[in-house]
Design a protein around this ligand. Structure first.
Ligand code: NAD
Length: 316
């Protein structure tokens, strides 16, 4: 089986590229990435085809998708605050970019398209857990671009019979997720700060909750979806219904890092949702054999990776 990954030099994409190259049924992996937030070093040791370029470039997409069976579309500008600062850039990369990917998938003969949407589409809807049939209420331009992503997949299924699967990723963490940029996610940011003996920044009072999923678990679901060619035009939450407050993350990090966490509070950020927890029934029906990695184990693996990065092996 031959797989193309957009955004394959990023955090999730490079973990997926690694998992797929180790799979006996996957014979070829090709990645397209413009390296806007990803890094070549993430995939440098992998036996894959890499094309440096933008998903807005139809010719490059045709080159990468030629002969493939499926595409996992992960390329996006992935941050809420970034989209608040520059909504048009997020729209172009995430919404228009998805449309380009879908068009190229059609031109390539009707590839199976699996794409990353986001739990941020639930936004201001306060109901928990988040079931896919809840009314969406995006609170940021980023969330709108992700709603467009999943809606386009559904529309291409209905209009052109394209086999699609839009996932709503919740908060994904694990090795490969870097902390050294302005839009870093909370787990790598807090672990890195703690390893460097610096205080962690808590936006708001820290009682906001998140449903974290280990990146290895996400890759197992994506691999299973590719191999069994799961098609579902409705969005599917990719998280397991676990919920932890940010303050409750602190003891987990302290145990794994063997270091006390010091914290400082800042005002809550615009566009951030307060609580997040997936209803995972649709996911569990489609993927009955996938079990999530427990948070303690995932945090240990993440601390190990970040410790190596901080101590000197940080990929560039
Ligand atoms: P990431 O920034 O590490 O990866 C995104 C990759 O896409 C990067 O390598 C970047 O260089 C590439 N890219 C961006 N714009 C591009 C373009 N126009 N053309 C080609 N490549 C481009 O982020 P990630 O955390 O690995 O996220 C992967 C996907 O999952 C994104 O679509 C993101 O919105 C989604 N997602 C992630 C999370 C999470 O918790 N990490 C949560 C919800 C959704």
């Amino acid at each position: 089986m031959k797989i193309a990954i957009t955004g394959g030099a990023g955090f999730i994409g490079s973990n997926l590229a690694r998992a797929l190259t180790n799979h006996p049924k996957i014979t070829q992996v090709r990645v397209i990435d413009n390296l806007s937030t990803g890094h070549k070093a993430n995939i440098a040791d992998l036996d894959i085809g890499f094309v440096e370029g933008d998903i807005q470039n139809a010719e490059l997409l045709d080159q990468v998708f030629r002969g493939a069976d499926a595409v996992v579309h992960l390329a996006a500008l992935p941050s809420v605050p970034r989209s608040v600062r520059d909504p048009l850039a997020s729209h172009e990369a995430n919404a228009t970019g998805t449309l380009q990917v879908l068009e190229a998938a059609r031109r390539a003969g009707g590839l199976h398209v699996i794409a990353a949407s986001s739990s941020s589409v639930y936004g201001a809807n306060p109901r928990l857990p988040k079931h896919e049939d809840l009314i969406t209420a995006p609170m940021s331009p980023y969330a709108v671009t992700k709603l467009a992503t999943e809606a386009y997949l559904g529309a291409y299924h209905h209009s052109f019979d394209l086999p699609v699967l839009p996932f709503r990723f919740f908060n994904i963490y694990g090795p490969g997720q870097r902390a050294d940029h302005a839009y870093a996610a909370v787990i790598p940011k807090w672990i890195s700060a703690t390893l460097a003996d610096e205080p962690v920044t808590v936006y708001g009072d820290g009682t906001q909750t998140r449903d974290f999923t280990y990146v290895g678990t996400v890759c197992r679901v994506l691999t299973d979806a590719l191999l069994r060619r799961i098609v579902e035009p409705r969005p599917v939450n990719l998280a397991f219904g676990t919920r932890i407050s940010l303050l409750d993350l602190i003891p987990e990090i302290e145990t794994a890092a063997r270091h006390r966490v010091r914290r400082e509070h800042m005002p809550a950020r615009t566009g951030d949702v307060l609580h997040s927890q997936a209803d995972s029934s649709r996911l569990r029906t489609l993927f009955p054999t996938v079990a999530p990695m427990p948070l303690e184990e995932g945090i240990f693996a993440t601390v190990d990776w970040l410790r190596d990065s901080v101590v000197g092996a940080a990929p560039s």
